[in-house]
Design a protein around this ligand. Sequence first.
Ligand SMILES: Nc1ncnc2c1ncn2[C@@H]1O[C@H](COP(=O)(O)OP(=O)(O)OP(=O)(O)O)[C@@H](O)[C@H]1O
Length: 261
Amino acid sequence: MTDANGLTVDGVGVRFGGLVALDDVSVEVPPGTVVGVIGPNGAGKTTLFNVVCGFVRPTTGSMRWDGRPFAPRPDRLAAAGIARTLQGLGLFAGLTVLENVMVGAHRRSRAGFTSALFGLPPSDRDERRLREAALATLDSLEIAALAGAHPGALPYAVQKKVALARALVSQPRLLLLDEPAGGLGAEEVEELADLIRTLPKRSEQPCAVMLVEHHMDLVMSVCDRIFVLDFGKRIAVGSPAEVQDDPAVTEAYLGAEAVAS
Ligand SMILES: Nc1ncnc2c1ncn2[C@@H]1O[C@H](COP(=O)(O)OP(=O)(O)OP(=O)(O)O)[C@@H](O)[C@H]1O
């Protein structure tokens, strides 16, 4: 199945030596939707995320983005309208919150902050635009007051918001979230859920969101559609209710996790 827009992963396989990490996996992430990728430990979720980001090159299969063949490169994602947050925060400790977010906004600018980083002549107008965009994004996440702080001085949940702001400031049309709930408390996860539900409709063009996540309550409460992996294979796909009722999914989780508890 293909979609003229959005992301299509078609029959992707990945091998690490003799280990098959992904086997003929197909996933669609249409614009305006939140699509979850779940599965027990070692199922292949991170590998799939890394394939979409271009960190891992698939051995078989293909991808399409915006109706075109897509061979991602991590350094070209922003230019393709794609942003990601990683499991770790990846924030620059020596930069303020605002500056960290401005790094994510550089794709909007011909000069500006990136030029400044590399010692090139800055353009005041670009710099101002970057700053305004970064501040507006921080404001939309209700952390604009912390613009001048350094990330290391802030609670972990706030640092995660900064990392999200940095991804959102470029107004991506595909947002890839890798375990955004990791390290958050119950209340913070609820707040994150409210936020994720708003992501597809934040800007004029609908955004597609791919969420790789362990936190089942979060996935079930925010996703329009869920793909389930187990041992590198896609074992189920459907709405949260359909996936929850699928015996193959129960078995995968029972075998791997629930029996142990
Ligand atoms: N770089 C690598 N080299 C060798 N094997 C790898 C590599 N990356 C992942 N694997 C293996 O591929 C399989 C899938 O791993 P992956 O990290 O994608 O699973 P996951 O579903 O994200 O797991 P978790 O929920 O524990 O993060 C595992 O068996 C893992 O050990």
